[in-house]
Unconditional design. Structure first.
Length: 557
């Protein structure tokens, strides 16, 4: 098995798809080599930019969520993508950025001059000027002349709390070589080099201890993909990474390459992607980027998909791709879901935070309920872990960061009025989503700890078919012997319950009893007990809910 060669592609979230197209094709001179859809969310474009053929190491890809709010940079994510360019091209690129009124700063990176600026949604784009490999296949119709063309990726930058744990991945199973460290404005930057002589060789890590994690939305990096030669070598990497304790997905067919995914311990999502079959697999090089290409399993839904995605213009051909324009109303980071709610408890009137899809654009939603002492903003970070763009993520805030005052095992009356107020808040959000055209069968409800308990109690008392339910460390509310003769039928709703066998807050028996009760009311329950895990969330739980969301996304087209 060869060491990882370097970078394959980077996938980022965007808001306006046309602004994204214009920036990469007209400003940076990259070719739009493929227009397809997110295979986990077929109502969202997946736009690919690169050299003439989309060679590995040149590919920048975007999922645009129209009207999505801007994300926030932070630890546990890739925050910058750097292209390489010839040393003699510095003046050209500074003049070009000024021509397009794009502000930039000048820096020095490991001795090489660089410029830094932002894409339309705030992702840092850098150009590092040093002699290296030429662009694999120059696009002759690029507005940037060949002598100044971007050569493909130079590097990406990740922010981490501790470099050591990510370094053990890069220099261990992935085979990168540590090449140096330096101080910059954000912290200590360490560089690692892949084992190739081409483009896309470097990963930089900046250590920022004690700094907050990022908030995922437009302008945030979804994942960084690394190159491997073929399917056989990719399977070897999957076995090796699993042996080193990483939770690695099964192989995913992405039509133009095959992929496996895993999240390293700082939070960065990595992909290992094959070079083949490549972007000309379903259209000629001359036609790349001209048509909306769908995999065979979505062709039967082409009309619905084309009607949902916003039209975009590919300037290379002067053609419009996609369907009718969607609503252009903007969505802020704090939605007005709490406006007009019935005021009969402590939580009514508290803010309801959102991220991901704007409500008037979404076909599905996830309601996230925080635990005792947590916040709506904190639990919205789960949207980054789930990594699915089809959803509006909605998180209500409890007054005083607590839904009810005592243990969830206390007599019900001792947890009033907070308990009823919290249940009402969830119900009002479900109803508000219904008014936005998102029915219960397209809604997933979930939470952690106290929020998990509140979620399970809500769905038990309001039994019907939901898209899904998940409870990280939780159970039904009330003391032993609480009547559970709930009305309604959960009608096959998938419910995931994950908990430790030694959780100090959640007795194992309550978890098991809750699973049995919900199954008795028609739910399809997946209960997983984790030995000695404690009161936390693990990667297996995240992957289980991710699969649940993928199923809802596929149904909601």
């Amino acid at each position: 098995m060869n060491p990882i060669q370097g970078l394959h592609h980077l996938t980022v979230m965007a808001s306006d798809p046309q602004k994204n197209v214009d920036f990469f094709t007209q400003v940076l001179g990259q070719r739009m080599v493929k227009v397809t859809v997110n295979f986990d969310d077929p109502g969202t474009y997946h736009l690919y930019y690169g050299d003439e053929t989309g060679a590995p190491g040149t590919i920048m890809t975007y999922f645009p969520w129209p009207n999505a709010v801007k994300g926030r940079r932070g630890n546990g994510e890739i925050v910058a993508a750097a292209y390489g360019a010839p040393v003699a091209s510095q003046d050209y690129w500074k003049a070009r950025l000024k021509e397009f009124n794009i502000p930039f700063t000048e820096e020095t990176r490991f001795g090489s001059p660089a410029v830094k600026f932002e894409d339309p949604d705030g992702l840092w784009i850098e150009i590092i000027f040093e002699e290296g490999a030429d662009v694999p296949s120059f696009w002759p119709k690029s507005p940037v002349p060949r002598e100044h063309a971007l050569n493909g990726f130079h590097s990406v930058t990740g922010w981490v709390a501790q470099t050591a744990q990510t370094e053990s991945l890069l220099t261990g199973p992935l085979g990168f070589t540590k090449v140096g460290s330096e101080q910059d404005a954000e912290g200590t930057r360490t560089r690692y080099r892949g084992q190739s002589d081409g483009v896309g060789l470097y990963i930089d890590l900046v250590e920022r201890p004690g700094k907050p994690h990022g908030q995922f939305s437009a302008g945030s990096v979804h994942h960084v993909a690394l190159r491997t030669v073929d399917d056989a070598e990719q399977l070897e990497y999957r076995q090796l990474l699993t042996k080193h304790g990483y939770q690695v997905t099964t192989v995913q067919d992405r039509q133009y390459f095959h992929s496996i995914y895993f999240r390293e311990r700082s939070g960065i999502l990595f992909e290992v992607a094959t070079d083949a079959p490549g972007f000309p697999a379903d259209e000629s090089v001359d036609e790349l980027g001209k048509h909306l290409k769908l995999p065979a399993w979505y062709e039967s839904k082409r009309a619905a998909i084309e009607a949902r995605v916003k039209p975009i213009v590919n300037h290379e051909y002067g053609v419009t791709i996609g369907g009718t324009s969607q609503s252009s109303s903007a969505q802020g980071s704090a939605a007005s879901l709490s406006d007009g709610l019935r005021v009969n408890g402590p939580h009514q009137g508290q803010p309801v935070m959102t991220t991901g899809r704007a409500l008037d654009e979404a076909r599905a939603a996830v309601i996230l309920v925080h635990g005792r002492g947590g916040s709506a903003e904190d639990i919205l970070n789960l949207s980054q872990q789930f990594n699915l763009s089809a959803f509006a993520y909605v998180a209500p805030q409890a007054q005083g960061n607590t839904w009810y005052p005592e243990s969830f095992l206390a007599p019900l009356e001792r947890n009033e009025p907070g308990l009823s107020s919290g249940l009402q808040m969830i119900d009002d959000i479900v109803n508000t989503l219904g008014e936005q055209g998102i029915p219960p069968e397209n809604i997933v409800l979930g939470g952690f700890s106290q929020g998990a308990c509140l979620t399970l109690e809500y769905v038990a008392r309001n039994s019907r078919r939901y898209g899904g339910v998940f409870a990280f460390s939780g159970g039904l509310i009330g003391p032993e012997g609480t009547p559970r003769d709930y009305a309604g039928d959960l009608d096959g709703t998938p419910i995931f319950i994950g908990c430790s066998d030694v959780d100090s807050h959640i007795p194992l028996k309550r978890v098991e009893d809750s699973a049995d009760i919900l199954a008795g009311h028609g739910a399809k329950v997946d209960k997983r007990i984790y030995p000695k895990m404690g009161h936390t969330i693990n990667e297996d739980e995240i992957l289980a809910v991710q699969k649940m969301l993928q199923d809802v996304s596929a149904r909601s087209v």
